[in-house]
Design a protein around this ligand. Sequence first.
Ligand code: SF4
Ligand code: SF4
Ligand code: SF4
Length: 256
Amino acid sequence: MPKVLITSLTSCSGCISALICLDIFSQFLEKISLTYSPFIMDETKIKDCDIALIEGCISEETQVSILKKIRHHAKKLYALGTCAAFGGILSLSNQKQADPLSTYVEINGIIPGCPPPSQLLGNSIIHLIEGKEIVLGNRNLCATCPLRDKMDKNYEYQIIEAFLEDLNVNVTENEPTCFLKRGLLCLGPITREGCDLECIKCGVPCEGCMGPVSKEFTSNLINFLSILNLSENLTKNRGLFYRFSKPKLLGDIYND
Ligand code: SF4
Ligand code: SF4
Ligand code: SF4
């Protein structure tokens, strides 16, 4: 029975909530020995474990020593969610640092998403307790998007007029078609597949929470925005790439 640690750093607790809400969470608990999880048990000592699942980014120096202690005790350590994997939403702050776990310790994998989609999360924890690695898709979000047929795959003659923050149109009003074609920035082309496409289904463009499909996210984003003639807005909208461009030492997580 694998020993498992589940904990949070700076987070909204959404990833651990998503984990606890999984249909299979009770079965997961039956198949593991939980050694430390402040959300659901009183144990205060970090002990040896086979798998550590950590939600949230590093935003304070004191968290670095906690993370290193967990790394010392864990055979495998996984970043649970976009904050832990890439820095995430706190990267929009001018006041706080928001570093992904991989800035400070070697990690064995990521379960991306804000929060991770239930199917990916469920499959991932099953794989982990079976001693297998997490499997992530390696295509972009557009490959699975229902609006893909109406996408201009060359991005030619696109005039993107609205960044997400300027969105003041009712995006569900018109006939569904690719957001880019409608002049709305959608990060689907440079985002990893694997979410349940809830944003797209609700009429909201992708903000990239599954993270980059390749480790060259910053250059991909800059190229992508250049194609759309949006480069001059990069400084103003730097949060777009800060949220997902910070991982280091990700090793084999990306294949390219
Ligand atoms: S990845 Fe999203 S859901 Fe998870 S802790 Fe960060 S903000 Fe919350
Ligand atoms: S750019 Fe966005 S809306 Fe268009 S196909 Fe890709 S994910 Fe779908
Ligand atoms: S559509 Fe984009 S922002 Fe929305 S859940 Fe999927 S990856 Fe995340």
